[in-house]
Unconditional design. Structure first.
Lengths: 253, 361
């Protein structure tokens, strides 16, 4: 029996979504981005909405998200993705529009755009990757960096007297009338991956009904920035990130 | 049917012209002296008639990025603001130019720098024609000198923006925005249909059909050699625009010994100054650049090279910005002088004539 004999449709037990193309990802091994990209691809394929999805990529590690996902994409300026998505969705209300943003993008430079898009109840999905660090620029402090956590710009640990406190922006978004579904998920084991996928699917389904903004925070790892192995960073996330950013639905109307 | 003449402000004319020329979306943030543009649109409620979207954004930054999103979908979209707000939009304008998206930005200038004043000014000339934001890019800049031109240039700006996939700007000032004049509004044109958008802007993100690869709107190229190629493509486009799209108006230039160069409100003042000077026997003419970029360099060169013209006077409501482009065109052949008022003051025709005499006669 050769490899050729084995590769048959009836023997297939797992395959990646066709929406996730074959471009090799630039993400570090162990990074959460690849998993979340895969989930988006699966949801888009399962909902059969490839022709009707327009993604908005951030500035940050996911700046090249459009290289891996086979549907139309716009690359926004840093933090402006919710405004760009607003422009798209208002002019093409029949489309599924989502943003994909990191913590610096969404909770620092783009705080105003995030809060106001949610407050207007834009019928978009916001996928928020929170790993508590600026990965792309080399591991600087993020708004969500934990107290005492070391980064390139707080090398002795985040000191709240100097840097203020970790910003739990998702909790703030819950309070806005415009948000309909706000949830916090993770992708560090198979159970959490399944739940995160369900959350993403729910967000996309919500946006069709036109009842407000869906925010899906994914508490994530950045093992390169955290200077840990992927396995260590998963454990560190559970022990340190989850207490500050507890997993689960925060709002579901 | 005879043309319907209406009396309105320049700002109102832009709003009506936008609805009539098939604009798909307006995104803005209030700021004096241009708030009537969004107020008029909100009052007209075009979403009930043409389907045009009008949205008050949380900031000028958000508004220009909403324009980016809409323009990326191949839609006819615009924003408007005044000087401090246009400074905020510069990031977005750079990205729009870098992604080669068509759109209209209106700047009804007020005095600066900083919070400045709400009175009219032309001090954003450099910002408008030399770039404004980061990187090597150009925005097509039209300078209306009447309420009629506020209306006419709205549709023209969109035409040029789509022709070259480039942002276009109407650079007006508080005088043109606020003063009322008679205007004939353009006829209603239907908004583009989905299939027309797909034909006109095949690069747009209107949703990927199975028949094509994904469209991506971006200004990012990490490889320097690719980014250089992208820049060279931009520059080739800019040279084409400079070749094809220069617009200007000449007044009493045929026998002129001295030429005023002025745009927008200053040009209106200068029209009267030409009349006053001629009454005093001074052979004065006026060149009014209508496109500030591309600038009427060749026209000014030709007058500078003629034996008749002895000098140019750039008249601007700023400290002397356009004069640099006049000097580049004249290239030292004759004298180029400046007269202007600052901080929101509009010069009088008499002041212009006196300045001309003081500098040249």
């Amino acid at each position: 029996m050769t490899t050729k004999d084995i590769i048959k449709p009836e023997n297939l037990v797992y395959t990646k979504s066709r929406i996730l193309n074959d471009t090799p990802m630039h993400y570090c091994p162990g990074c959460s981005h690849g998993v979340v990209h895969k989930l988006i691809a699966e949801v888009v394929e399962e909902m059969d909405i490839q022709e009707d999805v327009i993604g908005v990529a951030p500035v940050g590690c996911a700046v090249f998200a459009y290289n891996y996902l086979d549907f139309d994409f716009q690359e926004a300026a840093h933090g402006r993705a919710p405004a760009v998505a607003t422009g798209i969705k208002r002019l093409m209300p029949e489309k599924y529009v989502f943003t994909y943003q990191g913590d610096g993008d969404l909770a620092a430079i783009g705080t105003a755009e995030t809060i106001h898009a949610c407050n207007r109840g834009e019928n978009i999905v916001i996928i928020f990757i929170n790993n508590g660090i600026y990965g792309m620029t080399g591991g600087q402090m993020a708004p969500t960096t934990l107290e005492g956590m070391k980064t390139a710009t707080c090398p002795y640990g985040r000191d709240t007297a100097i840097n203020g406190y970790p910003l739990n922006i998702t909790d703030l978004l819950v309070k806005l009338e415009g948000t309909r579904y706000v949830t916090r998920q993770s992708v560090h084991n198979s159970a959490s991956v399944r739940k995160a996928k369900n959350a993403i699917r729910k967000g996309f389904e919500n946006s069709k009904e036109g009842k407000g903004t869906s925010v899906i925070e994914i508490v994530s790892t950045c093992n390169s920035g955290w200077k840990m192995t992927p396995d260590q960073s998963n454990k560190w996330m559970v022990e340190n990130m989850f207490p500050a950013y507890p997993i689960g639905d925060l709002k579901d109307i | 049917m005879s043309e319907e003449i209406k009396l309105m402000k320049g700002n109102e004319a832009i709003a009506h012209a936008a609805i009539r020329c098939g604009c798909d979306g307006y995104f803005g943030y209030p700021i004096t002296p241009q708030s009537e543009i969004m107020e008029t649109l909100m009052d007209e409620q075009p979403w009930k008639t043409t389907g045009m979207v009008v949205l008050q954004a949380e900031s000028e930054v958000a508004a220009i990025n909403m324009v980016y999103g809409g323009a990326g979908c191949g839609k006819k979209v615009m924003t408007s603001s005044s000087s401090p707000g246009v400074s905020l939009k510069q990031e977005g304008i750079s990205y729009i130019a870098g992604a080669e998206l068509p759109c209209l930005i209106v700047n009804v200038m007020r005095g600066g720098p900083g919070l400045g004043t709400i009175q009219p000014s032309q001090a954003d000339y450099f910002q408008a024609v030399k770039g404004g934001g980061h990187g090597d890019y150009k925005v097509i800049v039209l300078a209306p000198a009447s309420v009629q031109e506020m209306a006419d240039f709205t549709a023209l700006s969109f035409d040029l923006a789509f022709k070259y996939s480039n942002p276009a700007m109407i650079l007006a000032d508080g005088v043109i925005g606020q003063m009322m004049e008679k205007v004939v509004l353009p006829p209603f044109v239907d908004r583009l249909t989905k299939s027309e958008i797909e034909k006109q802007s095949p690069w747009a993100t209107y949703g990927k059909p199975a028949s094509r690869k994904p469209n991506v709107i971006t200004s990012l190229e990490l490889e320097s050699k690719d980014m250089e190629q992208r820049n060279l493509k931009f520059q080739a486009k800019y040279r084409e625009i400079e070749e094809n799209e220069v617009r200007y108006e000449e007044l009493a230039c045929e026998d002129a010994e001295y030429l005023l160069v002025a745009f927008g409100s200053s040009a209106r003042v200068c029209q009267k100054a030409v009349e006053l000077a001629r009454e005093q026997g001074i052979k004065l003419g006026l060149i009014r650049p209508i496109t500030l970029w591309p600038f009427p360099t060749k026209l000014i060169q030709s007058y500078a090279s003629s034996s008749k013209v002895k000098g140019f006077l750039a008249v601007e409501m700023n400290a002397g910005q356009m004069i640099e482009d006049v000097r580049l065109a004249v290239n030292g052949k004759v004298s180029v002088e400046y007269f202007g008022r600052l901080g929101g003051i509009v010069p009088t025709p008499d002041e212009v004539v006196e300045a001309l005499k003081a500098k040249f006669l």
